[in-house]
Design a binder for this molecule. Structure first.
Ligand code: ADP
Ligand code: UDP
Length: 236
């Protein structure tokens, strides 16, 4: 599958068109940003690790009947995916209080939430990805009620599947962000990535942070954490 033209360059990935109008190539970079691009850096090998981790987790989800954009990993950093029209909503699922939820609601980081929390943010860098609810989504025409019901149902299922899967390798799934998109035939599928950039992964026993919070909060051993996730999931 040859890359034709650069369709989009984001903060963590480049997206290329191909000779098949239904397919794209996603190319993962080592660049890391946080706080809406204010903090910038690189994490050695991050692109390769996120490519492999995301594809691995998407395969786990596919096996449980969650439709994803994954088609084929073609190199260390590159994967062929189904082209979708991204729904401009960041869907966040939370099991344990952390990050912005802890700050906003005054709940100590690490507190188990008695019910899984689902949040939506408007994917808009200029506005700083503000949190929105279903009414905003319908008022802005971002997605229909049917689509949001599908997205919510998939999101809770993804949380159940990944939480159970990760627990087997002593990783606690604290929270994560996912994105969905519509294919040309109107199917809603999981797109973008699932990686230490987009999830909070804590060691189940030591509670050590094994994700991008090490970069965001200058905790050190950022590369080590990404490698540890790769090792636990793929044995490398
Ligand atoms: P950002 O746009 O936040 O800087 P990235 O660097 O990860 O993020 O860029 C990747 C972009 O590609 C994102 O905007 C994401 O929504 C989009 N994307 C992910 N998967 C697909 C897909 N299957 N089809 C079309 N666009 C996609
Ligand atoms: N997240 C993400 N991209 C974003 C914002 C959040 O991938 O633009 C992920 C983040 O890695 C975490 C979850 O979504 O796993 C919840 O993040 P939170 O709202 O706590 O934001 P933060 O503390 O990172 O500002």
């Amino acid at each position: 599958m040859d890359k034709l033209a650069l369709l989009y360059e984001g903060k963590a990935k480049r997206v290329w068109t191909t000779n098949d109008s239904e397919l794209l190539v996603v190319d993962y970079k080592d660049d890391a940003t946080a706080f809406n691009g204010l903090k910038k850096g690189t994490i050695d090998q991050k692109g390769c690790i996120n490519n492999r981790v995301s594809n691995h987790l998407m395969k786990v989800l596919e096996a449980k009947d969650i439709p994803t954009h994954l088609v084929e990993e073609i190199s260390d950093r590159e994967t062929v995916v189904r082209k979708v029209e991204i729904i401009p909503i960041e869907v966040i699922v939370r099991n344990i209080a952390a990050g912005s939820l802890s700050k906003r609601l005054g709940i100590e980081e690490g507190t188990k939430l008695s019910k899984t929390v689902l949040e939506f943010c408007y994917k808009n860098d200029e506005l700083g990805d503000p949190m929105i609810n279903n009414y905003h989504i319908y008022a802005l025409g971002l997605a229909s009620q049917d689509e949001i019901e599908t997205i919510a149902s998939y999101s809770f299922q993804i949380n159940e599947i990944l939480s159970k899967y990760l627990a087997k390798v002593n990783i606690e799934l604290i929270d994560f962000k996912i994105e969905f998109g519509r294919t040309s035939n109107g199917e809603m599928i999981l797109a973008d990535e699932i990686s230490p950039d987009t999830c909070r992964f804590w060691d189940s026993i030591t509670k050590e942070k094994l994700d991008k919070d090490r970069f965001r909060r200058d905790l050190g051993n950022v590369e080590g954490a990404y490698h540890e996730i790769l090792k636990r999931l793929l044995g490398e």
